[in-house]
Write a protein that binds this ligand. Sequence first.
Ligand code: 5AD
Ligand code: SF4
Length: 471
Amino acid sequence: MKVESSLISPLHIEENRKFYLESYGCQMNLYDSEIVTSILFDEGFSKTSDPGQADVILINTCSIREKAENTIRMRLAQFQSIKKIRPYIVIGVLGCMAELLKFRLLEEEQIVDLVVGPDGYRDIPSLIRQVKDGRKALNVAFSKSDTYADINPVRFIGNGVTAFVTITRGCDNMCTFCVVPFTRGRERSRDPHTIVNECNNLWKKGYKEVILLGQNVDSYLWYGGGLKKDFYKASEIQRKTSLDFADLLELVACALPKMRIRFSTSNPSDMSEKVLKVIVRYSNICKHIHLPVQSGSTRVLKRMNRRYTREQYIELIDKIRCLIPDCAISHDIIAGFCGETESDHHQTMSLMEYVHFDFGYMFAYSVRPGTPASKRLVDDVPDSTKKKRLQEIIDLQQKHSYEGKKKHLGKIQEVLIEGESKKSTLHWSGRNSQNAVVVFPKEYYKIGEFVTVNIVDCTSSTLIGKTTFNS
Ligand code: 5AD
Ligand code: SF4
């Protein structure tokens, strides 16, 4: 990192201004960083990958767990050295941590000049202008309607093959452990025309896969008085006055028959059979559902306010397996939530044994400020117990992931090449429909191509293949 020193702030010249943007957290945050980049490009800013050269340093933050916040605080401390040499630069915190901590961020972290929550990104250019002579700027207001639908995200993240497309913002679910409803506000669904247009533009640019994003995609609901005429042709969906997630999925699958479509995150209490039937009907919709369970104990699920029981979750799994036998299912699980007993923990493990998840994301519970759990429940599971239970869950998942991968052996699958294998320059890495990583020899193939691959070996995280040409 090279730090350039100068007496005149380029921010006040308003020419050749450079920004540096670092992103943490979920896929939604990465998408938001592409929105922020678009907004700043429109204002004449250029992007730098070196914070030492930047006039504006922005960190798009995550608050979902305590660990994420600690990482960001450490990063802010590192930026202090740049601010010492170039005191006029603007350091801004965007996203969930900005929303959660608000003024406290300006007070506690003395080097922060700008605090902008997830609904304030349109304001960033004017807020940057307000930061002068030690003055700070903040916008943490929530919007009930803005989905940034009209902003064309600048796709600087990723491989030019796969892109995120946000379909809803915010969450109304109020799971007691979760900070998201407090950092991202009320749930809003995006106009389907803008979603299809964005996917179409991505296809024209050479993208081959879109991931439709929302905290709870299944609660997508758009009342727009029917689709515009051009859109009927693209879809089997007849004139409708409202669209739910199944309709949207079908609309996108029809409009872009060669584009691979993924979606995340599904909520067990809202996922409908209608959605499953659409997945079955369209071969370009990937056969993978990310279905966080959080716990296998109905008692704990109730405390988490998850709105389903262990039995209902299992019923949904059975339905998925029946309708889409080759569907991969992944999970999120929290170990050591308030009041979790050893018996609750064993129920989580036994549910895992029943489902045999293909993969999952596993966390130890950490209290988040402002959440219902932080106010009403006691974080009474000792850290050592949380760690022990988490490790047991991880070990079991590792075993299931390996067993699940072995089931792919001998199968011929379509793989979309995403880039070079991390371990070998002679191999490509891509994913099959079930979202499993597949590595195979490069031969004459190119990034972004769909290749038919024969699965010949595996580890717990990766499938190893040969192209059918070679086998
Ligand atoms: N502690 C631990 N894990 C959490 N998650 C959300 N909030 C917390 C918390 N307070 C996990 C959930 C969620 C995922 C995105 O993060 O499993 O599905
Ligand atoms: Fe958080 Fe629950 Fe909303 Fe997911 S569904 S973002 S866990 S409140």
